[in-house]
Design a protein around this ligand. Structure first.
Ligand code: AKG
Length: 267
């Protein structure tokens, strides 16, 4: 089995393009366990749209009222994922979020172009997003689309609020900041994962096919940064479902170097 370690070349691609899909993949038996757990999660939360399920790893009073399970925390902290994350953001790592974008067959909503960092109460703003394919991703069923190099300069660009419940998120990157014709689609097999930078512009189109395209997303920060719950509550006024003001934090590797991350809302 391939070692969960990025080569020099893979590291160089992460820095150059803003993401990497490692040769290493999650084991297929774990992916089928995740799919079963996803089916159970949907059954437990039948009132919540499967397009986006926030923080399934939270078991108590999760965001959106989702009744999650600890299994998602163990999936999110799989040693292979943490090993690669260490290479990208250092040895001291805090998990502060997970999401499942379900992209159901036929009606899966678009995720408009955005930078993750526009939403996050983390300062200095450094986050690594791990996107794990639970289903095979085809060019048609709404693959992630990345704008190569858009993370360079580590700058947040202007976003505008675009109304409509045909999308998973409403804060959309203004079009002058990227050239859509340069976008690269991530065509992945279930079990493959991409790791992307918090400043990279990305999105995904609607799914009109008969094949679901679900993904489990893990959001990690280096423990040299601070998750600011007060700022989270402020940002959360526009995104109340996110529960940014009360997100629990989990130290998954090393130490809390910032020293004050575990003063509120942690478990
Ligand atoms: O899965 C998708 O289509 C969108 C996911 C995304 O934008 C994210 O996790 O940052």
């Amino acid at each position: 089995m391939t070692e969960a370690r990025l080569s020099e070349r893979e590291l160089a691609q992460f820095h150059d393009k803003g993401w990497i899909v490692p040769r290493w993949e999650l084991p297929q038996d774990l992916i089928s366990e995740m799919r079963d757990e996803y089916a159970a999660l949907l059954a437990r939360n039948s009132g919540i749209s499967s397009d986006i399920i926030l923080a399934p790893h939270q078991t108590k009073g999760g965001s959106m009222g989702v009744i999650g399970s600890e299994k998602w925390l163990s999936f999110a902290t799989h040693p292979g994922l943490v090993s690669i994350a260490r290479q990208l953001i250092g040895d001291d790592i805090i998990l502060w979020g997970t999401t499942i974008f379900g992209k159901p067959a036929r009606s899966g909503k678009e995720t408009p172009w955005h930078q993750d960092g526009e939403y996050y109460p983390i300062r200095p703003l450094r986050v690594l997003t791990i996107w794990i394919a639970l289903d095979d991703v085809t060019p048609e069923n709404g693959p992630m689309r990345f704008i190569p190099g858009s993370h360079k300069g580590q700058k947040l660009h202007s976003h505008s609020w675009v109304e409509g419940d045909d999308k998973t998120i409403n804060l959309v990157c203004d079009p002058q900041h990227y050239d859509e014709s340069t976008a690269e689609s991530l065509i992945l097999k279930a079990g493959q994962a991409s790791f992307h930078d918090v400043y990279m512009i990305h999105g995904s189109q609607a799914n009109h096919t008969d094949r679901r395209r679900a993904a489990f997303i893990v959001r990690l920060m280096p423990a040299t940064s601070v998750y600011d719950h007060a700022l989270g509550a402020e940002i959360g006024k526009r995104h109340p479902a996110q529960g940014y003001g009360v997100r629990p934090l989990y130290l998954v590797s090393g130490r809390d170097r910032a020293g004050n991350n575990f003063s509120i809302g942690h478990e």
